[in-house]
Design a protein around this ligand. Structure first.
Ligand SMILES: Cc1ncc(COP(=O)(O)O)c(C=O)c1O
Length: 369
């Protein structure tokens, strides 16, 4: 029989556990497993795309992205993040996912260690392995934030640390002092910081602090995906020192050529248009977070109130999680996000209030069995 041989670096990673759950979901399931806004993309952004199609802006763009969008992103960095990135230091990508991928491909040598929070976003480890690196998790403290001392010990001799605040799957927000401490230690020890800031606008009390405020060897990753409810448009970007972006651009050029032209014009309408839509979504997420958190506390679950993103990360025995899944509420087991949180579940509240109410009833019923 013919043997179909695939590369070990690909065979060595698993298909995301989250996808498998969706495939198993029944028709009346309530989906609290998704890492995407349940809002529609705002109209003025859709109009930007429609205009681009009508005007025939449907060809390849410059590899780095259309100059108008990179100008707009440079202004956004200045205004919202206090960062000075020249448009020439910004690459527009197919979502934050591609940005993370090309960074790893451009910077990681065989065997390099890449450290990040465990539990953490599913892609960091897989992308590090695909680039020949060795992922290593940093344990969290009781508030689900990065344990700084553990992070420092893991950074020694590492090539890269990925910081993600507000964080997926925990919703935790790192303090300004913690981000500063992590970045400064990284700079002192020659570790590059990648700061994944895709949830920067979904904060319910604290402010956002970009890692690049505290050091030079930092690459900032962001996207229109969560900010403007545009996950399917696949529009992200990275910004960093020119030496890095030059190498990242080569990978981007050969694997992607450019981000979708239409999505770039849509994002241009997003970044240069009214920002009220973002505040409306944030207020709605906050209401849902407060509701879900209060209901879960009433049921006896005990965990810190997450200050950002749109996830609750709830300590939960596996048999209860399975009962909840059987009742048709999709939540994601903690072990999908690393090794350190098997007895947890991630619940996304990027679902309508009506669905959250039904989910709460079902969870209560499962917990009472
Ligand atoms: C922390 C984090 N980074 C990056 C991404 C990927 O974003 P995009 O859809 O822009 O590729 C996600 C998506 O869930 C995420 O949660």
């Amino acid at each position: 029989m013919k043997e179909y041989v695939c590369a070990q670096r690909c065979r060595g990673i698993e298909i995301s556990g989250i996808r498998k759950l969706f495939e198993a979901a029944g028709p009346d399931s309530i989906n609290m497993g998704l890492g995407q806004p349940d809002f529609d993309t705002p109209d003025h952004i859709k109009e930007g795309a429609i205009r681009a199609i009508r005007e025939g802006k449907t060809g390849y763009t410059s590899n780095m992205g259309i100059p108008e969008l990179r100008e707009a992103l440079s202004s956004k960095f200045k205004k919202e993040n206090g960062l000075s990135y020249d448009p020439g230091q910004i690459i527009v990508t197919a979502g934050a996912s591609e940005a993370l991928h090309i960074i790893m491909q451009a910077l990681i040598e065989e065997g390099d260690r890449v450290v990040f929070a465990d539990p953490g976003f599913v892609s960091y480890g897989a992308l590090a392995v695909l680039a020949g690196g060795r992922p290593e998790g940093i344990p969290l403290d009781s508030k689900l934030r990065i344990n700084i001392e553990a992070a420092k010990s893991r950074m020694d001799g590492a090539r890269m640390i990925v910081i993600n605040s507000p964080g997926n799957p925990t919703g935790a927000v790192e303090s300004r002092e913690s981000i500063r401490a992590l970045v400064e230690y990284a700079q002192d020890t020659g570790v590059t910081v990648v700061s994944d800031e895709v949830y920067e606008h979904f904060l319910y009390g604290s402010s956002h602090h970009s890692a690049a405020l505290f050091g030079e060897d930092v690459i900032t990753v962001n996207a229109a995906s969560k900010t403007y409810a545009m996950t399917g448009w696949r529009l992200g970007y990275l910004a960093g020192p020119g030496e890095y972006t030059e190498q990242c651009l080569k990978v981007h050029q050969y694997c992607q050529a450019c981000a979708t032209s239409i999505s770039q014009y849509a994002a241009l309408a997003g970044y240069t248009g009214p920002q009220k839509c973002v505040g409306v979504m944030r207020d709605e997420y906050r209401k849902r977070r407060d509701y879900l958190y209060a209901e879960l506390r009433k049921m006896g679950f005990s965990f810190p109130l997450p200050e950002g993103a749109f996830y609750l990360f709830v300590p939960m025995k596996r048999n209860l999680l399975e009962k909840i899944l059987k009742k048709g509420v999709i939540i994601v087991p903690g072990d999908a996000f690393g090794c350190n949180a098997p007895e947890y579940a991630r619940m996304s509240y990027a679902a309508s209030m009506e669905n959250l109410k039904t989910a709460v009833e079902r969870i209560r019923a499962a917990a009472g069995e």
